[in-house]
Every structure is written in C-alpha cells, then in structure tokens.
Design a binder for this molecule. Structure first.
Ligand SMILES: C[S@@+](CC[C@H](N)C(=O)[O-])C[C@H]1O[C@@H](n2cnc3c(N)ncnc32)[C@H](O)[C@@H]1O
Length: 271
C-alpha cells in the first residue's frame, strides 16, 4: 500500500475524514508522476481497466451503455477511463483529490486529442447539482481512501438520475486479512477480516499521517448500497489471467491464482 519514499511507520488506528483527506491529497500529489510512469502503459491512455487483473470495461460491461450518457468518474486520476468513455460517445468528466493527477490528465488530453473535463474535489462533497449524471463510477478511485463512506455513497446517489448506474472497484475486502506482499508473505492471513481499523502510514520524522486506506467488508458494502437506494446487480471478482505476470503493489500472479484481489460492484439507483 505504501507510496512513500520517506520513512513511515505503519499503524492501524481510527482516522477521520479530514485527516484522511489531508494525508491522501498530498500523498497522491507526490506519487502521481511515479504512478503514471509505472502504470500508464498498462492503463492505456484511452483505456478502461478495473484493476490489476486487467479486466476491461469492454469485457465487464458493468456500466451499461455509455454512448450519449452523462458520466462522472470519482477518483479519476489522469482520466484514462473517462477518456475511453469519451471515445465511446459518452460525456464523461473526472473528479480527483490530487491536482498532480489531474495535470497528468491534461497531458494525456494533449497527447491523445481526447479531452476529459475534470475538477479538483473530494468524493464526500461532489460539486454538482442533484440528478446530473446517468452513470457514476470509480476504478480503484476514492472509495477506499474515504473515511465518511456513508457521505460518499449518499453524494453519489444524489448526483445520479433515477435509474442511474453506479460501479466501482476496490481492493477485494478479503485481502485485508493478509499482509500487502506480492510474495509468499502475502499468502498467510495475519489479521481479522472484520477489523475495520484503517491502515495508516505516519511520517517518522514529523508524526503526521501520510497515507490512509479504509476497509469495509463485503457485507458492509451491501448494506451501504442498499441503504442509499441502490439495487446491486453485479459483484465481479476478476480471476488472475493465465500468463499475466505483472506485479502491482500487493497484486501478483502468485496471490492472484489463489485469492481474489479486486472486487467490482455494479448497482442501479431505484427509479
Ligand atoms: C489508485 S488511483 C486510481 C486512479 C484512476 N482511477 C486509475 O485507475 O488510474 C486513486 C485515485 O483516487 C484519488 N483520491 C483519493 N482520495 C480521494 C477522494 N477523497 N476524492 C476523490 N479522489 C480521491 C487519488 O488522488 C488517486 O488519483
């Protein structure tokens, strides 16, 4: 999980929304150049993958038709997924907490000739009117970085039109029982699946929280979505493809052949 070249110590402890945001915005600003340099080719400048297994939206089809639809990507990074939607005729826009990630989006706009409008912001306060979008999605974007997940899901429901689609990918919740290690060390469960205490990296020198991730169980996600008016239609658990040897953080062929690394939820807002 760590992005940090600086010395950090890892803790599990409660972190509120303000502290999560103050840590993760600057963290993604610092990490953005390396993230795009390392993963940009795999993501594709005009490409939509749901996670390290490489499942594409063309294969998954979890968003439904995108042509002519108003689409919001939350935690859009450099907007590769939104750029793919624009190439399919959808009106996608991005929102991200990191200005540096959005700057990479401007670079890709120039390089590809497909511009994705975007806004700096957070998933818990979407700067849009009610019922603005037909589709909202997040590919490993904001949701696991947010403490106030009830607010983030409520905000998503608010900006969707009745019947709108919501889809998102996250680290598969069962992975939280295991060390974030792509090797043998990541195969042995060391902590409780039901322990929701956030994963926190604290800067050793300053004592400031530098990075936070939040865990919810599969049951938590079902309750969250149902509680905000969504009907769940999909829970994809992409299998690790044969011959796919790419390591991405804690995701690897070794672990991917044995346990699910990503979960992709699809849901529709009640009409
Ligand atoms: C793993 S990256 C994924 C980006 C993009 N979806 C991709 O596939 O490359 C996570 C993104 O979520 C953004 N993020 C983190 N917390 C956020 C929040 N509270 N609101 C909006 N975006 C957030 C980060 O800045 C980062 O760009």
């Amino acid at each position: 999980m760590s992005h940090e070249p600086q010395r950090v110590r890892v803790e599990r402890r409660p972190v509120d929304e303000g502290e999560s945001r103050r840590a993760n915005g600057p963290d993604w600003d610092r990490y953005a150049d390396e993230y795009q340099a390392t993963h940009g080719d795999f993501l594709g400048d005009v490409g939509f993958v749901w996670g390290p297994e490489g499942l594409t939206e063309t294969e998954a089809g979890v968003l439904g038709p995108v042509e002519g639809r108003d689409v919001l990507e939350v935690g859009s990074g450099a907007g590769q997924c939104s750029r793919w939607i624009r190439a399919q005729g959808g009106r996608a826009i991005g929102l991200d907490l990191s200005a540096r990630q959005l700057q990479h989006g401007r670079r890709l706009d120039d390089e590809t000739g497909i511009a994705v409008p975007s806004v700096l912001g957070t998933a818990t306060a979407l700067p849009f009117r009610d019922e603005t979008f037909d589709i909202a999605f997040s590919s490993f974007g904001a949701l696991q970085f947010v403490s106030d997940i009830e607010v983030a899901v409520a905000e998503t429901a608010r900006v969707l039109r009745p019947g709108g689609r919501f889809a998102f990918s996250i680290t598969h919740p069962t992975r939280w029982s295991f060390p974030d290690d792509p090797g043998e060390g990541g195969l042995t469960a060391t902590q409780s699946y039901w322990d929701r205490t956030p994963y926190v990296e604290v800067d050793d020198d300053s004592g400031v929280v530098a990075y936070v991730e939040h865990h919810r169980t599969l049951g938590d996600w079902v309750g969250l979505l149902a509680g905000h008016g969504f009907v769940i239609t999909d829970l994809l658990e992409p299998e690790w493809p044969e011959g796919h040897e790419r390591v991405w953080g804690g995701w690897s062929a070794l672990r991917g052949r044995l346990t699910p690394g990503s979960a992709v939820f699809g849901a529709s807002l009640r009409g």
